[in-house]
Ligand binder design. Sequence first.
Ligand code: MN
Length: 714
Amino acid sequence: MQARGLPDTPVALSEPESLFNELSGYLKPEDISQLKNAYLFSQSAHSGQFRKSGEPYISHPLAVTSILGRLHLDIQTLTAALLHDVMEDTHITKAEISERFGKSVADLVDGVSKLDKIEFQTRADAQAENFRKMLLAMSQDVRVVLIKLADRLHNMRTLAVLEHEKRRRIARETMEIYAPIAHRLGLNGVYQELQELSFRYIFPKRYQVLTKASKAARGNRREVVDKILNDIRQRLKDSGLEAKISGREKQLYSIYKKMVEKRLSFSEVLDIYGFRIIVNDIPACYLALGALHSLYKPIPGKFKDYIAIPKANGYQSLHNTLFGPYGTPIEIQIRTSQMHRISEAGVASHWLYKSHDINLDDLHTKTHQWLQGLLETLSDSTDSLEFLEHLKVDLFPGEVYVFTPQGRILTLPKESTAVDFAYAVHTDIGNRCMAVRINGENAPLRTKLRSGDYVEIITAPHAKPNPAWLAYVVTGKARSHIRHFLKTVQYDELAKLGERLLNQALSSLKIDPTSISDFQWQKLARDSGAKSKKELLADMVLGKHLPAVLSKRLLSPGNVASKANGMSEAITIMGTEGMAVQFSKCCRPIPGDLIVGFIKKDQGLVIHVRDCSVIGKMHGNPDNWLDVTWDKNISKLFEVSIKMVAENQRGVLAKVAAEIAKAGSNIDNVTVEGEGAYTAMHFILQVSNRSHLAQVMRGVRRIREIIRINREKS
Ligand code: MN
């Protein structure tokens, strides 16, 4: 089966004339003579060099030029294609090329040469560096990338002469790097051929088997295909629609991928027939769709309207799957001829169909914007690994690629957090993770990872999964391990706090907790529907029982031993109680604040500041309120909300961030609102206590543009 897209009649290499003849179809005579000059120049520069196949080296630049010629690329690109390896392989300099063929040709050749020059330390580096260079070049001139893709395509077509290991390596690189870029640029023909060739060399055996199988199947298919083609043709004709209809041969790689991904057998994949219908205009696309629905019933849930919502690379079509004759599924694509051209050539259609077509110009502009966006992100970071992020996100939406400290790449679903990463590395790492460093900086565990991040999980032997993680983890692995852990372990933690709560309640009743016998405990547990004292205490913390009520029930004559000191002692809070204690999001208490505790059903003890406006509105049993106080030795950081109003000037946010960092605090989150002269900024900062917060606020007040700063409680 041959790759669709670029026709690949080989260039008659002994006669470069045939290439020039072909190109004269769209180039001016003076362009052709420049190409001839470039050819002679390149030939003499490469003289004495040979390809692995034994052919003179010049055959390669000629073939690359021919590939680009079929996309009707401009004279500069074609000239540069003929010269693309001279700087690399010969003594020719950029200045020389510039003098003979002009600066833009020299820039293109230089761009391509630079892409080739990088040496890689590790596999991760190789990928990132490739991406980065590719994109760097791209953002300056997309034509550099087009030359590079054509170069790679020809090398892939002639890969058979290389030895086995080298073939595999190049094929993998093509599959991972070049094919996705071709796809992103909408060069469908190049994309499919690169994929097909890569597949062939990465999995030679599978490729062989599928080739045989598909040849064998082709005969049987013919009849079915012809029948469907005729039916469709007739139906569209009856509906008064002019259309070109063709059956689509599937690429071996796409068959293979479907078999693997959807776990289908070869014949199941092959039993899906693909047809393409090309009509004159957009209304005709929808009319044709309707006409086909009256011929074959659509399979529900398969319809995709890429006309209304084009893909990022500019692709437009209507897709649907229908129940064909004999129950075979039929995939149809309906598009206009212009959409068809874009779908085949993508960004190259700019040159291929030189017209002042609004859609083509629009596509070109969009691609340009995409490249510019990448260029901007690039200027922020000189590190190529960091850069990988933006790129891979674009090329492979739905996945993030991150690095372990060992340089291994992990693929995680989009929106994955540091906790997902920790569990992906190892269950024990997940269960023991307590902090994370992302790209060398400390970050909250819930931080969403971005492609290219270096993620280092810090574990501690005593660290445990936190139920709050369940609110943000996205991977099934993390979720199930956290759940499992909590189910088996959470009771210990809860019971410990429960004991403290109950002791406090008992003290306020002047009862010595140690005077209560095991028997009394067991009875109370049983009466309350718990299996043990531990479970009873845990249930209490989760709000099932009130400490005041339980302690009163323990009051029975003969068992009461009064404490010398009957004062009620406050429960001390350390911030390390884990899931048993939560700090309310409405007022975000920090050490130094006067606080109260509230036992909330199914949630445990929630801490508020005493003047929190939310608690004023809360009703309920006064027994739910607990006296709490901060422990004296707290080393943890707490979240606090700050609001600032600033004059709307450039760089204010950066100044604020710098002051916050200077005071040794971290920014957890920031939102900015308001337009016009003033901006309100809401920060969530991490501080150790009130005096730390005061220090942060003093620093921020020094910034001239800051008009007001205050802590937000509720
Ligand atoms: Mn080359």
